[in-house]
Design a protein around this ligand. Sequence first.
Ligand SMILES: NC(=O)C1=CN([C@@H]2O[C@H](COP(=O)(O)OP(=O)(O)OC[C@H]3O[C@@H](n4cnc5c(N)ncnc54)[C@H](OP(=O)(O)O)[C@@H]3O)[C@@H](O)[C@H]2O)[C@H](O)CC1
Ligand SMILES: [K+]
Length: 526
Amino acid sequence: MIFTCRTFVPISPLLLNQLLPIKFVQQHQHLSQAKTNLTSLQSPVSLLPLPRFIASNSWWNWNWNSRRYCSGVVMASVNGVQDPQSISYLRQQEAAEIDEILMGPLGFSVDQLMELAGLSVATAIAEVYKPNEHNRVLAICGPGNNGGDGLVAARHLYHFGYKPYVCYPKRTPKPLYNCLVTQLESLSVPFLSVEDLPMDLSDSFDILIDAVFGFSFHGTPRPPFDDMIKKLVNLSNPDLRPSKSPAIVSVDIPSGWHVEEGDSSGDGIKPDMLVSLTAPKLCAKMFSGPHHFLGGRFVPPPIVEKFKLQLPAYPGTSMCVRIGKPPKVDISALRENYISPELLEEQVEADPFDQFQKWFDDAMAAGLKEPNAMSLSTAGSDRNLSSRMVLLKGFDKEGFVWYTNYESQKARDISENPRASLLFYWDALNRQVRIEGPVAKVSEAESEQYFHSRPRGSQIGAIASNQSSVIPNRQYLHQVYQDLEAKYSGLVLIPLLCRRGYLMILSHSQYLYFVLVKSLTSCFLL
Ligand SMILES: NC(=O)C1=CN([C@@H]2O[C@H](COP(=O)(O)OP(=O)(O)OC[C@H]3O[C@@H](n4cnc5c(N)ncnc54)[C@H](OP(=O)(O)O)[C@@H]3O)[C@@H](O)[C@H]2O)[C@H](O)CC1
Ligand SMILES: [K+]
């Protein structure tokens, strides 16, 4: 049995995209070795030690016919699963001091920070609890800024499609809080008094936001918050907890917990989710629920430096980042609520290319990331199928165009069997398009034009990359890249060399399927 371990070289993010196809291949003879590799790749970041890398993702596949495992590490802006041991935890005094510096010399206003904090809470909730399954949210808000975060989160959750309710028994008579209340009232968000709250919160709500106390909590809870916290404690007690109980989401601190010592008696709230703000407080070390997030993506370098903060990197444009691993899921239980509009025959264009253009435009308008990403499946003369993601680089009535090195595995497959299958999957639109047909090379002129339209680093990366071939190590690739950079430093146009190509065209479209996924009425074959 042969295992193939593939990994990408640690290079600058700029070059990363350009060198993504470059891999080095190591052969392993034993399954046990491959299992070891698999385990070590569970934390693939360790293979990418340079701090320039934000996060990484690993993939595995098993080719049944050749019984060959492949493992790999690809860079992506994925959710950073951050090691709870390696991040900073704040003492109560430090948290208060950071607040003061932010709102003093660093020029932030409390309104701003609260808005960002509440948005972080709402996005963390939306990441774990989908509004179609967890729609009714009760935000229990205390008298301080933690309560303000709850009010802001409730507003954002409304706009995310949830049905928020608010319990805000001790309103703070300051313009900021009055405005937050007015904003919620303008959305017709119901405000419930403590007396209005149902005895059993589990019947009426799917999510309870605990925004009662944050890092300024001290002593033991006083009325009316003592009873409210008791309700939350009962809900999180495994003996008293009803079978279907709402998820408890604590903002910054589980209310009632000591800010530094946590739930030392063990009688406190046991939230399912904790959203720490700015940096986790010491008590968060005792959090044992399944979802710990960090929010408050506003910490400027002076704070990081002064308090020597080790904070996880936020992925992409996200307002929150998960700390620790997500809980294991039962894959068979993963399901979406299949709600799609119907796709009726009279709605589709007679010409499949027009239909494709229409759906592609929709994908662009919806702001989907890389709507031109498609799975390309090929099979060589041995009939072994393989798929990989590539980018569509153009389409017209002649076909769909993408680029590849003519020495890659896909190109070898196509030279032996000039047919391919493309699949676009636009998840947010519940749509996919399948395209199947013959493949031909495009002209050299077109190929060359594309090559020279790429950024210079991509051109060099493409030449350096001898796809799907065995190379000794990462350093080799660095060296090849650097040598080529030096070689072409005086040249305006980098020559295309012999492995020019990078382009193939699907010239027929007799097999073009427009499929509405997650719907009963779905497939049109044009
Ligand atoms: N920099 C950031 O990360 C930001 C965090 N934000 C959020 O703000 C809170 C901290 O807010 P703060 O207003 O300082 O404090 P609290 O929300 O924890 O609550 C203070 C009020 O609670 C009362 N309190 C304290 N202890 C008790 C108790 N045992 N029983 C009843 N009431 C209590 C306190 O009253 P006192 O009379 O005791 O003073 C206050 O009225 C932080 O955790 C984040 O959630 C910002 O939103 C943005 C910046
Ligand atoms: K709280």
